[in-house]
Write a protein of this length. Sequence first.
Length: 300
Amino acid sequence: QINKMFGTVVVGVGIAGLARIRDLMNPMPSSPSEHLKLFGFVSRRNFGNINEAKQITLEDALRSKEIHAAFISTENRSHEETIRMFLEAGKHVLVEYPMTLSARAAHELWEMAEQKDKILHVEHIELLTEEYKQLKKEVAGKDLVKGTLHFTGSVLDEKKTGFPAFSGIARLTWLIDLFGDLTVTSATREKQADKNYSRMIVHFQTANKKPLIWIEERGPGMRREKKINFCFTSGCLENFPQAPRSAVGLFMQDQNLFAKKLLGQVSKEELAAEKWRILRCLDLAEVIQQHCEQPEKICS
């Protein structure tokens, strides 16, 4: 494995795709990423070249014996189909979150990856931020009484990004990673189409029956920010702990993790825990969507 090189292709060149191309072309010295070699990128738009990276067709990417892994940075709606094609072609896959827009598809694809003995890695850079790492340290060992995570952001095109429980799965991932398994007790969603505004409110219970609330709110001109209010038996946490800037970019950290998996340097326990977390969050996202889309119950 020491000298093994993995040929890669980037599929989709939005913000994430361009970051992927940049990081694959400039791996961190003596990091696992040095085992990844970019062969090209695939896009529906015609670019020719981006820096030194050359554009190739999807067919060539799927067929090429030199390409062992695909980085999928397309819009959320097309993740499922793209993952499926590359797994069927016998390639490893890194995909940006959310992996899919349905829980069933996620479980199916994961099974397919395991049958084909391929790595399926879902990017979760929100767990790699210094802000989050500090928060996790701060929360560790404390007893939750109740908590709220409130996210605001600009408007998304749901036809591309999917239902907010899926497009906002980063927030759900935080809550599960911080507080363990959750169950949905209720979820509602308010939309004002004329104002292009949407707010989803989800109520959870922890395993110890403590209440957690997740609010995902989007509208024109809304600043992208997260507010927390976590109350513990020892007191409340209302601001993020101070955190230094990381020397290593988030996509690069994620790329190193993927390369470590390809090199067989991640333990079975870690892989199993990550698989559980990813699929659990997608299962919950689907439950939330079902709650929100139920017709209002008429109480007589």
